[in-house]
Design a protein around this ligand. Structure first.
Ligand code: F6P
Length: 569
């Protein structure tokens, strides 16, 4: 353990000030904006290409000052430097936490050497290997057993070995090479692999088995099912071992830190791309775990993606806390969670290409900060880990925004959008009323973005409702919006690979800031272990082993018995 004992944030002066402010706190965004014409400008910050407007948050200068004091007392900046330097801040696994090294450009002096390893050299050697392989697939030099070029790449992985690649692939669809497609199999429900392979041509399909540990039940089961599918579809089920392994060699590659296990599965280590135990699964999208995406979008775009992450890493490293966007956003989250009672946090991208972003963030944020003990094993001293969730706008507007606007819960929301659409379209006809002929549809889309953040902040008073002609007071109440619902607006020029990297790094460092304040190890995930162990223990019972069934608690036993009955077994 190299980390010193965490600071108890509740004992700091900043925290005490915040507690005082929170006592009887009555936000007044209308009043704050009216009395302070500089508010929007003062609370709008820039990090690389991201313009971040915090002014519609429930924050004023006193709150911000106290939050910054907490950050200083908790040593956020110092711990960030410790992370960059490779200190073992993942205490419970005694590991460095170096996802930031995955995007360090080549040639930075001095080289990053951690635990005796030249990390920069390792990272770039692997990247080069991935680039060479990806180019072979993209150019058609790499072929399947029958000599046909690869048209579909199927990534098999789960958690961090799935959510990142699938999110990035979806986000960067406009950059995908024509004639190439990626698919993603994660769930051990056999329906997933069945549906994803049902219409595929085995001769043009390449599987990438992505697993940091190469020991994950779901991924290895799906990898075996994929191999079985390949052999069956190629007519090799009864073929010789040589023919079968030849097919595997041409249609399977792997990404893992456990190259010995990759070889045991039958994948040539030459066709395996490594990474390191200092990359957490949910922080691995910019490692070789992204190989499926590199194949789809190519080396130059991937380099831009990495450059985007690095730009935000540099922003965090070099910017004073007062202007440091991920730190400020993390601190605001602490304010909402620990002082204003928020339990969840909505992420609402106004770009369809980010439709998997909230799902990706769920693992990044909740597997990282869903902890009840601190890095020294002592209980946390305050609530941790909000529930992150969301859907793209405007879909969410027609689903759950009602509760954000008029419900009783406080749900801070991040609105994310880009100015230049990848697919600009005009509605040439319009409807002649709300939508004029020739309307730019993206502008209409963004009008919704601006309208929602405005409605959340400023609401609609009873007098405004009455002024519109509503006379029944019951209905006036139902049509009133209190406002003072906090949101952050994040704008970028365009959803380029770089901007996407910036957005991901932004949230990585928000998570880091919150985790540091709370004194928790945001880089382990012991909470997922018990369920995994029990699944293995229960599996024989579900498969009909009576002794295993008899050893279960009465509820589990009855549920399994019912399952077997429903299956007719
Ligand atoms: O769910 C736990 C977890 O360990 C995640 O942290 C990880 O991203 C996922 O499983 C997949 O792990 P692996 O890449 O080792 O298969």
């Amino acid at each position: 353990m190299t980390e010193s004992a965490p600071v108890d944030p509740t004992s700091t002066d900043g925290w005490k000030k915040l507690a005082g402010i929170a006592d009887g706190f009555t936000p007044d965004l209308r009043g704050w904006f009216d009395s302070d014409p500089g508010r929007a400008e003062r609370y709008t910050f820039q990090a690389a290409d991201l313009t971040v407007d915090l002014s519609k948050g429930l924050v004023d200068d006193d709150i911000l000052a106290a939050l910054l004091q907490v950050a200083k007392d908790a040593g956020v900046a110092e711990r960030f430097q410790a992370m960059l330097a490779g200190e073992h801040i993942n205490v419970t696994e005694d590991r460095a936490v170096l996802h930031t090294a995955l995007r360090r450009p080549e040639g930075i002096e001095p080289a990053l050497v951690v635990d005796g390893q030249d990390v920069d050299a390792d990272v770039h050697a692997t990247l080069d290997k991935v680039y060479v392989f990806a180019e072979k697939v993209r150019s058609g030099e790499w072929t399947g057993v029958s000599g046909k070029r690869i048209e579909t790449v199927v990534n098999i992985g789960i958690g961090g070995s799935d959510l990142g690649p699938v999110m990035v692939y979806e986000a960067l669809k406009p950059y995908v090479q024509a004639g190439l497609e990626a698919r993603f199999v994660s769930n051990i429900d056999p329906a997933d692999i069945y549906e994803k392979t049902a219409d595929l041509d085995p001769e043009t399909t390449l599987f990438i088995v992505a697993s940091k540990t190469f020991g994950t039940l779901e991924t290895l089961t799906n990898a075996r099912l994929a191999r079985q599918w390949l052999w069956a579809e190629l007519g090799l089920t009864d073929a010789s071992d040589d023919e079968k392994s030849n097919a595997v060699a041409k249609h399977f590659v792997a990404v893992s830190t456990a190259l010995d296990k990759v070889a045991a599965f039958g994948i040539d280590p030459e066709n395996a791309f490594g990474f390191w135990d200092w990359v957490g699964g949910r922080y691995s999208v910019d490692s070789a775990i992204g190989t499926s995406v590199v194949i789809a979008i190519g080396k130059e775009n991937w380099q831009q993606f990495l450059a985007g992450f690095h730009a935000i890493d540099e922003h965090v490293r070099t910017t004073p806390l007062e202007q440091n966007v991920p730190v400020l956003m993390g601190l605001l989250n602490v304010w909402y969670t620990n002082f204003l009672g928020a339990q969840s946090h909505a992420v609402l991208p106004y770009t369809q290409y980010l439709h998997r972003f909230a799902a990706y963030l769920q693992q990044l944020t909740m597997e990282s900060n869903g902890k009840r003990v601190r890095w020294d094993g002592t209980p946390v001293t305050t609530d941790t880990g909000e529930v992150f969730w969301g859907e793209p706008g405007t879909n969410g507007q027609h689903a759950f925004y009602q509760l954000i606007h008029q419900g009783t819960r406080l749900i801070p929301a991040d609105f994310i959008t880009v100015a230049k659409p990848a697919r600009p379209l005009k509605d040439e006809s319009g409807d002649g009323k709300a939508v004029q002929p020739g309307q730019d549809v993206h502008a209409l889309f963004l009008a919704n973005f601006f309208a929602q953040t405005k409605a959340l902040a400023f609401g609609k008073t009873a007098d405004e409702v009455r002024a519109e002609g509503t006379t029944d007071e019951g209905i006036v109440a139902a049509r009133t919006f209190t406002g003072n619902k906090p949101s952050t607006s994040i704008l970028a020029p365009e959803l380029t690979p770089s901007v996407l990297g910036q957005l991901i790094a932004l949230y990585e460092h928000i998570v880091f800031t919150e985790g540091t304040i709370w004194g928790i190890d945001s880089f382990d995930q012991w909470g997922v272990e018990l369920g995994k162990q029990l699944a293995l223990q229960i599996a024989p019972a579900v498969d009909g082993d009576q002794d295993a069934l008899a050893s279960q608690d009465s509820s589990t036993m009855a549920l399994i018995a019912k399952y077997l009955e429903l299956r007719g077994e």
